[in-house]
Design a protein around this ligand. Sequence first.
Ligand SMILES: [Zn+2]
Length: 357
Amino acid sequence: MISDLLKIIAIKPSGAVLIGKHFTIDGFERRNIHVITHAHADHLGGLNQSVKYVEKIIATPATIDLILELGYVLNSNGLKALFKRKAYPLSYHEKLMIGDEELELLPAHHILGASQVVVRTGKYVIGYTGDFKLGEETEIIKEPDILIMETTYGDPNYRRPFKHYIEDFLVDLVFQGIETMKRVVIYGYHGKLQEAMKILRSKGVDYPFVMPPKIYRITRIAEKHGYRIGEYYNSLSREGREIIREGFYIYFDHMMRAKRRRLDGSRLNIVLSGWEFQQPVRRLDEYSWLVAMSDHADFDELIQYVEESKPRIVVLDASRQGSPKPLKRELEKRGWRVVILPVNDEYYIGIDNYYVG
Ligand SMILES: [Zn+2]
């Protein structure tokens, strides 16, 4: 019965995904275990409240490091110390029993440390994708009773047929920029920048990377957790300054500084953006290109995930930015049973914190 199955999960408007008896995921709820799928702000709601309340905060070791480095836990009232005490690093595929429920994190290709969550209650298997795109890292959760899925690009208009060539376009632009201007600056968000570094290295770009101190520290975290980058320098260090003087390097900077990029022919600018469906790269001005590098599954990949996962019920997360309604329609056309949660507050049955749609 669908309604029985839906009694073991809920999604709150705050973004908290509740599974089984013990777990609140990616949002605060009065439960004993808080699981975090990855270090993006829309999955870290209520964290500072949660730190005081829950017994354990579980995430991959990389996600825990990123949360601390990016300053998501306030450094006041001993919160940071409390977070460190309650943080419980759980590696991919390591299983942890909480009461009679088993928790496991699976890799998700999204940002460094990102995971999917599987909870086995004994009777049911419940999977939650968190944010993902398909790629070598994403392990599809097979045949769960319930699959809870993100819906960022859930509309059939959000297709990126060129997605498999993006990496090559990026590499070509970088070589072209170095050859013509000796300098390339890549703008993006934390996490995505490190992804770009990894791609460039794996495709044979061996110019030094230079970056401001914060991005440098995050890159060190990425290396600690398995990214192979190498030859990267803090822009304020002696070596960093020397490289900047000489040219033939790639500079990585935060997206918020892209507006103030230099357009004087001294460098080629590349802006990494997810929201682009018409073409893989687009010229912004004489010295800047936008590259459509997304962290999220496009519409086709969301459908593909469900078809390979074969869940009994698909639950679409409507608490975050996305297109759950078109995705529901498209999945139903293909024969899947789909529920959108949260429905709305009228359906909220307070006693067990469950929504029943
Ligand atoms: Zn995310």
